[in-house]
Design a protein around this ligand. Structure first.
Ligand code: ATP
Length: 289
């Protein structure tokens, strides 16, 4: 089972002819709203991959719809607290090539209490996964608690903050980074990924696939992406990570879980949207790449 301490956001999508530069105002061609946040995306991806996932998070009183949406997608929500405050949200501009930029307001994602984390993880079992990203508070406590309880820790270092990764790095079993975050981590630590105290590091490379750095076997392997025509890359990394951890939770080997995650990520970039359009296992199996 996966316990995911993660953000839940309202995603506001603005489809634009080009991404606005500094000082520029442009009119969007189309607007859509959906469920997002790296945490929610990963929970939905893991649930779609067929594993049990309990989301640990917080919503404002305006966020009841998000709770219902997560339930509908198969995510367990007993440890999502409705509280005073504004639900996190992201304003996402997407250009004609599918490139994006994002402004994020964390809202209640930063109001998670020690009690909420403790209550959730007290129900976890040794061997479960704790999954985290960097869009909530509470990661240090959650990592410590997870390790005390014998959970495995997966961490997607996004959005990247050197101090956030450094604070928990010795507790991480699986670290997932994109290319930019990997470069930031190398710069922040002054070390190569193969020198870090993390057993498994997976670097996603967009259309280039991904790289697996195994610090147990001292091997680095690269995997090609599945070929697709991309329309929107938003949420590809989250879908990849949710599927990767779900695959491992279901007993797959790392290469098997990576292959599943590459398929899920490739299918995801052929769609507009985030959590609402993450493919399920059947869609991935039925798709001819
Ligand atoms: P985002 O923040 O936009 O969700 P990211 O930067 O975290 O993305 P990427 O490395 O861009 O993550 O993509 C994650 C995974 O999605 C890749 O490893 C790959 O498997 C898949 N993917 C992304 N873009 C493509 C593409 N153009 N074609 C095929 N697969 C892709």
């Amino acid at each position: 089972m996966i316990w995911n301490l993660g953000s839940i956001n309202a995603d506001n999508f603005y489809f634009v002819s080009h991404l606005p530069g500094a000082g520029e105002t442009i009119a969007a061609l189309e607007f859509r709203q959906g469920l997002g946040g790296k945490g929610a995306n990963m929970s939905v991806a893991a649930a779609r991959a067929g594993t049990r996932v309990m989301h640990i998070g917080a919503l404002g009183a305006d966020g009841g719809w998000a709770l219902e949406r997560l339930l509908e997608y198969g995510v367990e929500t007993a440890h999502i607290t409705l509280m005073e405050g504004v639900t996190g949200h992201a304003n996402i501009a997407i250009d004609a090539e599918g490139e994006n930029n994002i402004v994020l307001f964390p809202g209640t994602n930063h109001q998670i209490t020690e009690e909420m984390i403790g209550a959730a993880l007290s129900e976890a079992s040794s061997g479960d996964w704790l999954l985290m990203q960097n869009e909530t508070n509470g990661q240090v406590l959650a990592a410590q608690t997870a390790k005390t309880l014998g959970l495995r820790l997966a961490y997607a270092a996004a959005p990247f903050r050197a101090d956030a990764v450094k604070a928990i790095i010795s507790q991480i079993d699986l670290l997932v980074l994109n290319e930019v975050e990997a470069a930031q981590l190398r710069a922040a630590t002054g070390r190569e990924l193969r020198q870090l105290p993390v057993d498994d590091i997976v670097v996603t490379l967009g259309a280039g696939g991904c790289e697996w750095v195994s610090n147990k076997t001292h091997q680095i392997k690269t995997y090609s992406a599945y070929k697709v025509d991309p329309v929107d890359t938003t949420g590809a990394g989250d879908t990849f990570t949710g599927y990767l951890v779900a695959g491992l939770d279901r007993g797959m080997t790392m290469p098997q879980a990576i292959d599943l995650a590459l398929r899920a990520g490739a299918l995801m970039v052929t769609r507009h949207g985030t959590a609402d359009v993450i493919p399920d296992l059947k869609e991935i199996r039925d798709h001819r790449f």
